[in-house]
Design a protein around this ligand. Structure first.
Ligand code: NAP
Length: 284
């Protein structure tokens, strides 16, 4: 069965729009997301446009700041500090990757934990690792929603995550562990990867290599989540060889239309959560 991310995303956004209305009614202001983009990477520009569009769709405010790749880092740092101090801004994100020459770690460190709606900060990652999450990295958070949409229990299941990036693989593994799965994380140095993948009841591919996961790596009846977004001859292709794996898997996400639509939706959810937290801590 296909897991339709588009549909889950649309339903989540409809519910979110209602929650945003409630927030505006209660606090007399809209939750606000500020986005910073540096350079002219077309994919990044599309992501930022969609984030801004997403905010408007659910009734949130947004601010966007575009900088050329030759902008001094100090100028971007000054804007981040200004946004960090602005009580009207609930969430801040810097679109990654940054062009060469920028210190990504330093710039991200200027985003306060409470406004880190990407969930990338060491504190937010640490809280997730301790099973006390505050803001969860958007793509793995979206994957958890997709898994929930299948209605299949997760506790006790064998989960294998291929990929260990700080933004996808690691938080994905922590979320599955927090959901009582038995989790194995594979990466480029893993030996016998195919055999490990074949043990998975839930197989998550976050590698960045088109059609890397082939049918012989998948257990009959597994749930297969394809996070990969690769462009091959102008077409979007996942990390899973969908055509051959789909007949073996019980549930599978397509690319496009699977995990992709969930990421921005979870960013919007995180922004509302940050706004609610800000109002609560202002009251305290
Ligand atoms: P990344 O930072 O490049 O990490 C890729 C991971 O895959 C690394 O941990 C790497 O291992 C592992 N890997 C690479 N080659 C491998 C191999 N031959 N065998 C086993 N593992 C291998 O990528 P990412 O940011 O996590 O993204 C992964 C994919 O998801 C990309 O296609 C990206 O475009 C996509 N993505 C999609 C969304 C969405 O919204 N759907 C969001 C984010 C990312 P090492 O650590 O050993 O190098």
């Amino acid at each position: 069965m296909l897991i339709y991310g588009k549909e889950v995303s649309a339903n989540t956004r409809a519910a979110l729009a209602e929650d945003v209305k409630g927030f505006v009614g209660k606090y007399g202001r809209k939750p606000c997301l500020a986005v910073i983009i540096v350079g002219e990477d077309p994919a990044s520009q599309t992501y930022v446009r969609n984030k801004i569009k997403g905010c408007a769709e659910v009734g949130m405010a947004s601010l966007s700041y575009e900088y050329g790749a030759d902008t001094p880092q100090s100028e971007i740092a000054a804007k981040l500090k200004e946004l960090a101090a602005d009580p009207c801004v609930d969430g801040i994100l810097v679109q990654l990757p940054l062009p060469a020459g920028f210190d990504e770690k330093y710039l991200l460190s200027l985003i306060p934990d409470a406004k880190d709606v990407d969930g990338f900060s060491p504190t937010n990652m640490g809280l997730l690792a301790m099973n006390a999450p505050r803001t969860i990295s958007c793509t793995p958070f979206g994957v958890m929603k997709l898994l929930a949409s299948t209605g299949q229990p997760l506790a006790g299941k064998r989960a294998v995550v291929i990929g260990r990036s700080n933004t996808v693989g690691k938080p994905m593994a922590m979320l599955l562990l927090n959901a009582d799965c038995t989790v194995t994380v594979c990466h480029s140095k893993t030996e016998n990867l195919a055999a490990i993948a074949r043990e998975a009841d839930i197989l998550v591919a976050a590698i960045g290599k088109p059609k890397f996961v082939t049918a012989d790596m998948v257990k009959e009846g597994a749930t297969v989540i394809d996070v990969g977004i690769n462009r091959v001859d102008g077409k979007l292709v996942g990390d899973v060889d969908f055509e051959n794996v789909k007949d073996k898997a019980a549930y599978i996400t397509p690319v496009p239309g699977g995990v992709g639509p969930m990421t921005i939706t979870m960013l919007l959810c995180n922004t509302l959560q940050a706004a609610e937290n800000a109002e609560e801590s202002a009251k305290a």
